[in-house]
Structures are given as C-alpha cells and as structure tokens.
Unconditional design. Structure first.
Length: 88
C-alpha cells in the first residue's frame, strides 16, 4: 500500500514558492494533496521534488502553465538514477 514516487529535477528561480503556487492554481487543493508533493533538495536555481506516480503528468502541466519559467529537466523513479542522469 506504499505510494510509488517519481522524482523531478526542476530548474528555475524562487522554486520553493513558485512550485506550490503553480500546482495550487492548476489542479487545486485536492489535486495537490493527491500529488503528495515532497521536497528532497532545494538549491538556488534547482530543486528535486517527489510526487505520486499518478500525478506526474498533472504536476508537469502545472509547471508549464505557470507564468514564471520553470523547466522539468529529468523525471526518474529513483534518486540514484536522477543523479546519474543529471550529471551527463
């Protein structure tokens, strides 16, 4: 019964605030709770977040539809694979 997570590498500015705003505006409070958003690592210009597997498409769409530019660089099923892919 454990949730299957996917990890997203996002690049942009002021991500801590903008990601949550984008998801709330696009899919609402219920959609945000279903996405199971979790913050893994946050730096100045990138962040690694975890979301529920079923909500990956809606989270990506909400980040694209937001007014400020945010790019989803990589999506992975494990953190180890995300680190390996982001270095190349």
């Amino acid at each position: 019964m454990r949730e299957n997570k996917r990890y997203l590498l996002i690049r942009g500015k002021n991500l801590r605030v903008n990601v949550e705003k984008a998801i709330l505006e696009f899919i609402g409070i219920l959609g945000m709770s279903k996405s199971g958003l979790g913050w893994i690592k946050t730096e100045k210009d990138f962040a690694v977040i975890s979301v529920n597997r079923e909500a990956v498409d809606s989270v990506r769409a909400s980040l694209c539809a937001f007014s400020e530019a945010m790019n989803v660089e990589k999506v992975s099923g494990t953190l180890k694979a995300l680190r390996a892919r982001s270095k190349t």
